[in-house]
Design a binder for this molecule. Structure first.
Ligand SMILES: Cc1ncc(COP(=O)(O)O)c(C=O)c1O
Length: 381
């Protein structure tokens, strides 16, 4: 278990921020790294050509440690949707086949597949919400011979439901189906390894559980797809990019997944901030973060149970991700009511989504429960 790390964040004592799944706060050292990076643009003569590559490669090397792969398998992308669109551009899908998604899957991992079905004559196959909260069993049952691509998360974003990706990966390989993962709501808070899961593509935005800035993320591309077609064609993806004096065009790309990098990927402000935050997470260790945040969530789930709220239990629920439901409807205004008391959570689907991190104190949790008790009682009458 990690001790509270609030001193690294600029969170006032009276703010109970329990909303990492919405957007994590940037820690002070990451803000400093980003600010220093942004300031470089005031002195462009100091931005030598090598800086277009060193910062990006540091991002790749650091990000690869969360995925358990070589840095060459990482592309730098602006968003989850960009990574999913890259996968959809490259995976073969034929008429009559299907693409598997979950009920209530996040739109960035739904629309690109919907578009692909319109273009190919394939269809979307939606895994229905499992009554017993066992998303893994529901996915395994839906993985039939017609499935060309399973496009899934590690954690279902409205329920906190956790998928056993090792078993799902095995089932996909047996069928010859591709596996595409959106890890935005899990990477950094839930251990993951491409060696165990063997996905074809996996993407994560950095602004949630990687504690990074907005508009930068990582895309893992399995070696078998690294000869594919990127969404954009730009100069820095090409093999001769390091030679700034040359204007020769080349048909050759830089090595590994670099061909899938977004344009202007060498962002001098965002990348240092993202790297600094990831280094801190690695120092804390993902398994320890999961355990620490999980312990707080268990306390909150127990306290909320007295008020008639329930959540799937672990391991069907990811430890870092608590979604509380009850029989009576939850008022839509609940997040605003809590925000007036400086307690911050989200309402997603029909659940109150409570997502703490290592900057939260036990007192934050107690304040949430006390406010919920007051509001829940009032809203039922
Ligand atoms: C599961 C999931 N994926 C992705 C995103 C963000 O998508 P994008 O990076 O395309 O904006 C979110 C944001 O809430 C999310 O919850």
């Amino acid at each position: 278990m990690l001790p509270c790390q609030r001193h690294l964040f600029d969170i006032p004592a009276d703010v109970a921020y329990l909303n990492c799944a919405y957007m994590s706060p940037l820690m002070k050292p990451a803000l400093e790294a980003g600010t220093t990076g942004l300031a470089r643009k005031a002195h462009p003569w100091e931005i030598t050509p090598d800086k277009f590559f060193t910062g990006s490669d540091e991002f790749r090397v650091t990000a690869a440690q969360f995925i358990d792969c070589s840095a060459d398998c990482i592309a730098i992308v602006p968003s989850a949707s960009y990574g999913i669109a890259t996968a959809a551009r490259n995976l073969p899908v034929k008429k009559g086949q299907s693409i598997l998604v979950l009920a209530e899957q996040f739109p960035s991992n739904y629309y690109p597949w919907q578009r692909l079905t319109e273009e190919t004559g394939a269809s979307l196959k939606v895994v229905a919400w499992p009554e017993n909260n066992d998303w893994t069993a529901a996915v395994l049952k839906s993985l039939t011979a017609d499935v060309a691509v399973a496009a899934l998360p590690h954690v279902q974003w409205t329920s906190g439901g956790r998928l056993d990706l090792v078993r799902i990966g095995q089932a996909c390989r047996k069928l010859g189906a591709a596996l595409v993962l959106d890890l935005t709501q899990s990477l950094g808070a839930l251990p993951f390894s491409v060696r165990d899961v063997q996905p074809d593509f996996a993407v994560a935005g950095s602004y949630k559980w990687l504690l990074g800035p907005y508009s930068v993320g990582l895309l893992y591309v399995a070696p078998k797809w690294q000869g594919g077609i990127p969404l954009e064609e730009n100069w820095i993806q090409r093999a001769n990019a390091r030679d700034f004096s040359s204007i020769l065009y080349t048909g050759n790309y830089d090595v590994g997944a670099r061909r899938f990098d977004m344009g202007e990927r060498s962002n001098f402000a965002l990348l240092p901030a993202a790297v600094r935050a990831m280094k801190q997470l690695l120092e804390w260790e993902v398994a320890q973060i999961s355990e620490t945040v999980g312990a707080l969530n268990r306390q909150l789930a127990n306290a909320a149970a007295d008020m008639g709220f329930s959540a799937p239990s672990e391991p069907l629920r990811a430890p870092h991700y608590l979604a509380l439901r009850r029989k009576a409807a939850i008022p839509k205004e609940l997040p605003e009511m809590l925000a007036r008391e400086k307690v911050f959570v989200s309402l997603r689907g029909s659940s109150i989504r409570v997502t703490p991190h290592v900057y939260n104190t036990g007192e934050d949790g107690e304040r949430f429960i006390a406010c919920l008790r007051r509001i829940a009682v009032v809203s039922r009458t």
